[in-house]
Design a protein around this ligand. Structure first.
Ligand code: UDP
Ligand code: MG
Length: 312
């Protein structure tokens, strides 16, 4: 009988301190699974340190290791998206390079897959060694996302997951750019199941997700999965029209009541100007988020550019 195959997709951005250890730990755990073949696809997301040369060295000694190397940094989601396009396995595992998602859990997740689950997503019970700021922003992010989004996106869930080939084929067939993967994996449906785990501390090095990248991810998630910001705009419009009606009535009262003098009206007007100015700016911002994405899709530019492929 032919063995089933597991594919791992591991994005790397400036992970020279982590790459060797990552490969070692992953290989150790995959070698234990004797009933499965495996491949490890490392995606070098435009790192300019030694990440790529370390990976090349690994790949030259192990033909189960494949490398996709980008021409520059296209971001974590693009790196995973690229990896998913090239997997050949029956079950696919997406994990971070820094060993925060322990490869020791793969056998358990595989069992859940063999039991018929098609998306087994890692749900973080605890998160070690992450700053209070990160924990707080992550919490706010999932809260906002779920209150806005049209599909339920499990909270405390990153991209660490094991998915069936069928699901990956579906994701690969979606033409959209700026894929917010954890949202899409939830959106596509199929038989889903959570797998709770303790998220470890990063093995070495610093986070490659500065605030700027977190904000990009958050806006891809929210704008990509919800039309509510547009409705929010309509709501604001109605509220401001109501407010102006009240102000109009107050102005009439002031007009016909000589006890009022003019300066409150001047104040009121300047207050109004700033109020509407604010609303307009906010509206323009929301619209531009959507227009920007339409522009992005319309350009049909690829989400990433591959410079080099090894062992394919
Ligand atoms: N990563 C990437 N491109 C980027 C940023 C991050 O491929 O532009 C990778 C990184 O190498 C790691 C994973 O995405 O394997 C998660 O990044 P990180 O651990 O820095 O994020 P955190 O765990 O702090 O949220
Ligand atoms: Mg990490």
């Amino acid at each position: 009988m032919e063995k089933k195959k597991i594919s791992l997709v591991i994005p790397m951005y400036y992970e020279e301190q982590v790459a060797n250890e990552c490969y070692k730990r992953v290989k150790e755990n995959l070698d234990k699974l004797q009933n499965y073949d495996y491949e490890i696809i490392f995606v070098n997301d435009g790192s300019k340190d030694k990440t790529l040369s370390i990976l090349e060295e690994i790949a030259s000694n192990d033909k189960n290791v494949k490398i996709i190397s980008f021409s520059r940094n296209f971001g974590h989601q693009a790196a995973v998206t690229a990896g998913l396009q090239y997997v050949t396995g029956d079950a696919i595992v997406i994990m971070d390079a820094d060993l925060q998602d322990p490869p020791e859990l793969i056998p358990d997740m595989l069992k859940l897959w063999e039991d018929g689950n098609e998306v087994i997503y890692g749900k973080r019970k605890t998160r070690e060694g992450e700053s209070a700021f990160k924990l707080f922003t992550a919490k706010m992010f999932y809260k906002t996302l779920n209150s806005l989004s049209d599909v339920e996106i499990p909270k405390d869930t990153g991209d660490f997951r094991l998915v069936d080939r069928k699901v990956v084929d579906t994701i690969n067939s979606l033409p959209e750019h700026n894929k917010f993967l954890r949202g899409l994996f939830s959106w596509v449906g199929y038989k889903q199941c959570a797998y709770e785990y303790e998220r470890k501390e990063r093995f070495a090095g610093k986070t490659k997700y500065p605030l700027k990248k977190m904000l990009k991810l958050a806006s891809d998630g929210i704008i990509g999965f919800s039309m509510k910001p547009l409705k929010f705009l309509a709501g604001l419009g109605i509220i401001s029209i109501l407010a102006s009606l009240i102000l109009f009535i107050l102005a009439l009262v002031a007009q016909f009541n000589s006890a009022y003098n003019a300066s409150p009206a001047v104040l009121g007007i300047s207050c109004l100007i700033t109020f509407f100015g604010g609303i307009q700016l906010l509206s323009a911002w929301i619209i531009s988020e959507y227009v920007g994405r339409i522009y992005d899709e319309a350009k049909q530019r690829p989400q990433y550019i591959i410079d080099k492929k090894i062992n394919f």
